[in-house]
Write a protein that binds this ligand. Structure first.
Ligand code: GLU
Length: 465
């Protein structure tokens, strides 16, 4: 069998959002699973709505997700000559024809058909065999080019996700394939490219199911075999409603900024409509090993943001301290923290890894390792009792004298508490409040060991002043 070739063919009219990323991921995973090739094609023929920024956003999103392609990006607007050549062939072989129907005539036709309760469709009035004697092109009207869709029989395919789909050709009209300005329509650009690029499997969103019979008819008319099709279910929000901004229908790069790991994003997106047994957390390599388009469920699938947090945390827990530290570093820097003046991000990550589901949240929780907290008068009144205040100068003195290790710090806290008739936890809470600006930190001896002796003592004194 020939090499499997799939493609992702986004229209650059917006960001790479979750739905698009899921489509790209499944086409990629299918190709990778079969040792095939994955191609990126930018379908930029909607010149009004396509933008450079959107192209860049797509490329950035693919790069961040690690969806590498073997060919491309191809740009349809750079292939206009090729579409023209195929159109000329089709005209010469009587597979396509010029249509001079004006927008007004089409509108009138539509109104009549609707009034008769019919589905609006082009009536084939410029099909050569339908033309009336004396019917000549009106002056000044630039024609569009239409495909002669077969009027008899049916067109069918075995969809890899949805099963067999069959449509009567009578349902389909002669679609426009090239507009009067020479730009191909979506359906025509796709078939020329899918054939030229030797695509074996078209894996795309199920909003294209209606286009598939038309595409198959054109491909067959050109004497070629259509690729295999698999239409992926719509991505819904966790509440089952269509994805909106509220559900995270934003650029996938927003997830990068929010501190999700690309592998966690891949994991979560893969679970939208596909499953491998009960496996919830898996690596990219496992996905490639397991991916089977036959296991994609045809019904609409949900993307759950809360679950993404959980999956991300699971991936965080699987990284080494060093690897996690390297990913945390840019988030600390972005928060304006002086990373080189404080503990290594790996050592901070080691303490916070169990507590923060995202890198952004970890960076926010790491603030006090690199900068003093802002003291809010009276905020920790409950912790700062007179008895505790009375004990802190002794603790300060003890801190000045010990080896700055976790064990010695812990021992100094216990001894000072005992001397003053306090529980160690009472001192610990006050120290947390003064050093970290929060009473919720990992084990305080470990925290202080990283914050450093000088900064600890400074903050204790400043907080008490
Ligand atoms: N350009 C189309 C879109 O962004 C996808 C085309 C296809 O995959 O066939 O929806």
């Amino acid at each position: 069998m020939s090499t499997i070739r799939t493609r992702f063919a986004p229209s650059p009219t917006g960001y790479l959002h979750l739905g698009g990323a899921r489509t790209a991921l499944f086409a990629w995973a299918f190709a990778r699973h079969h040792g095939g090739q994955f191609i990126l094609r930018i379908e930029d023929t909607d010149v009004q709505r396509s933008t450079k920024e959107a192209i860049q956003a797509i490329l950035d999103g693919m790069a961040w997700l690690g969806l590498d392609y073997d060919e491309g990006p191809y740009y349809q607007m750079q292939r206009l000559d090729r579409y023209k050549a195929v159109l000329d062939q089709m005209l010469a072989r009587d597979l396509a024809y010029r249509c001079y129907t004006t927008p007004q005539e089409l509108e009138a036709l539509r109104t009549e058909q609707m009034a008769r309760g019919e589905k609006p469709r082009y009536d084939g009035r410029w099909r050569p065999e339908n033309m009336k004697p004396g019917q000549t092109p009106p002056p000044g009207v630039a024609p569009v080019f239409r495909f002669k869709n077969p009027s008899q029989g049916t067109v069918a395919w075995d969809d890899q996700v949805k099963g067999r789909i069959e449509i009567a050709n009578a349902e389909l009209d002669d679609l426009v394939i090239v507009r009067s300005d020479g730009i191909p329509t979506y359906n025509f650009g796709v078939i020329v490219d899918d054939l030229d690029m030797a695509i074996t499997h078209v894996i795309r969103g199920d909003d294209h199911v209606n286009n598939t019979p038309r595409q198959i008819n054109m491909i067959r008319a050109l004497g070629a075999d259509p690729p295999v099709y698999g239409h992926l279910p719509t991505v819904l929000g966790a509440d089952g409603a269509k994805l909106s901004k509220r559900h995270g229908a934003v650029s996938v790069m927003q997830y990068a900024d929010d501190g999700f790991l690309p592998d966690a994003m891949i994991n979560a997106l893969a679970r939208v409509g596909w499953a491998h047994g009960d496996d919830e957390v898996f690596s990219r390599t496992q996905l490639v090993e397991w991916f089977d388009i036959a296991h994609v469920h045809p019904s609409p699938a949900r993307f759950d943001l809360e679950k993404l947090d959980w999956v991300n945390h699971e991936h965080i827990k699987r990284l080494s301290d060093d690897a996690l530290g390297e990913r945390l570093r840019p988030f600390l820097e972005r928060a304006g923290l002086d990373v080189s003046g404080g503990p290594s991000p790996a050592s901070v990550a080691a303490l916070l890894r169990d507590r923060a589901p995202t890198l952004a949240k970890m960076a926010a929780a790491a603030h006090y390792f690199y900068a003093a907290p802002t003291y809010v008068e009276g905020k920790f009144a409950e912790q700062m009792t007179d008895a505790v205040r009375g004990a802190l100068p002794d603790l300060d003195a003890a801190f000045g004298a010990i080896d700055w290790t976790r064990e010695a710090i812990g021992a100094a806290i216990k001894t000072t508490a005992a001397t003053h008739g306090l529980k160690a936890s009472q001192i610990m809470m006050a120290v947390r409040a003064l050093v970290a600006g929060t009473t919720s930190t990992p084990a305080i001896d470990a925290v202080l060991a990283l914050v450093g002796r000088e900064r600890t003592i400074n903050r204790l004194e400043r907080g008490l002043a």
